[in-house]
Design a protein around this ligand. Structure first.
Ligand SMILES: CC(C)(COP(=O)(O)OP(=O)(O)OC[C@H]1O[C@@H](n2cnc3c(N)ncnc32)[C@H](O)[C@@H]1OP(=O)(O)O)[C@@H](O)C(=O)NCCC(=O)NCCS
Length: 265
């Protein structure tokens, strides 16, 4: 076939395709226009308000469809959780999911919380050793930190927990750290499981006490119920060091207190 002829044929094909897709498009827009006209005429309101009523109905429809889809997604993840959650050590592989879960679990709050920093440090023996060397009587720095994640069989992480020691009470106590459960997986027993697991670990390490810091923050109210149920007594209350105006900005109506709780294992 000569080049000119080929160009002609090819050009015709392309034109035909363009016409087809245009007619496809115009069919779609005609159908949409038809549906719009039908819906509009079915609106049981006076003429000047028909479009307004139609727009309102569309917005409501979209919002309820979003809610239904969201509920379906959440309940799907909850089903997985309910069936099977195991607690396994934090590793380099599950670190990103652990950080995401802890950020979600602690998202009520404070920009000063850094699960990622502590999780990473715990996986780096050099950092842990250096911390240990410098902190023999520093109460605040965490020694021998170890973390675990609660995951389902698909590897989705729904909660985290951890244990660390401090220089002052290393011989008798372990401390609970970064214990939280993702918002969409609460109320299923994962939090209790994480704390009880941590207690078993501390016992196996020969500790007599499990201690923890918590606060009167509204975001930690559920945790107080859990700790009370599991027998963690408040042994010290101190005013939170954050300036009151920041506490207010974070929606805390009462002045915040730090609570030290402990349980004899
Ligand atoms: C505290 C937290 C871990 C609980 O997790 P969870 O998986 O929802 O808890 P569970 O389903 O295991 O419930 C444990 C117990 O606490 C109680 N509880 C949990 N949430 C509650 C709530 N919102 N209100 C009242 N009681 C609650 C339950 O009645 C349950 O008692 P039961 O075991 O006798 O039935 C979770 O709410 C969370 O991550 N909070 C934010 C992070 C946080 O505060 N961490 C602790 C920081 S110190």
């Amino acid at each position: 076939m000569a080049f000119e002829d080929w160009k002609k044929t090819e050009g015709e094909k392309q034109t035909a395709t363009a016409v087809e897709s245009n007619s496809g498009l115009s069919w779609v827009s005609e159908a949409a226009l038809g549906a719009y006209r039908d819906a509009r005429s079915a609106m049981p309101v006076e003429e000047p308000y028909k479009d307004l009523a139609l727009a309102g109905t569309a917005v409501l429809g979209l919002a309820s469809a979003t809610l239904v889809a969201r509920k379906a997604l959440v309940s799907e993840s909850l089903q997985i959780v309910g069936k099977e959650v195991s607690i396994v050590p934090l590793t380099k592989e599950n670190l990103p999911k652990a950080v995401a879960a802890a950020n979600d679990g602690f998202r009520y709050g404070w920009p000063i919380l850094h699960p990622a920093r502590d999780f990473k440090a715990s996986l780096n023996p050099a950092v842990n050793a250096k911390r240990l060397a410098h902190v023999s009587d520093d109460f605040k720095i965490e020694l021998n930190a170890r973390y675990w994640v609660a995951k389902d069989r698909n590897g989705n992480v729904f909660g985290t927990t951890g244990l660390y020691e401090t220089g002052r009470d290393q011989s008798e106590a372990a401390w609970l750290g970064w214990m939280s459960v993702r918002n969409n997986a609460r109320g299923l027993g994962i939090g209790r499981k994480l704390v009880e697991f941590s207690e078993e670990q501390a016992r196996a390490d020969g500790k007599q006490f499990l201690r923890l810091y918590t606060s009167t923050s509204k975001g930690e109210a559920a945790a107080q119920v859990l700790y009370e149920k599991l027998g963690y007594k408040i042994v010290e209350r101190t005013p939170h060091s954050l300036p009151r105006f920041i506490q207010r900005l974070a929606g805390e109506k009462q002045p915040l207190e730090i609570l030290l709780r402990e349980k004899r294992l």
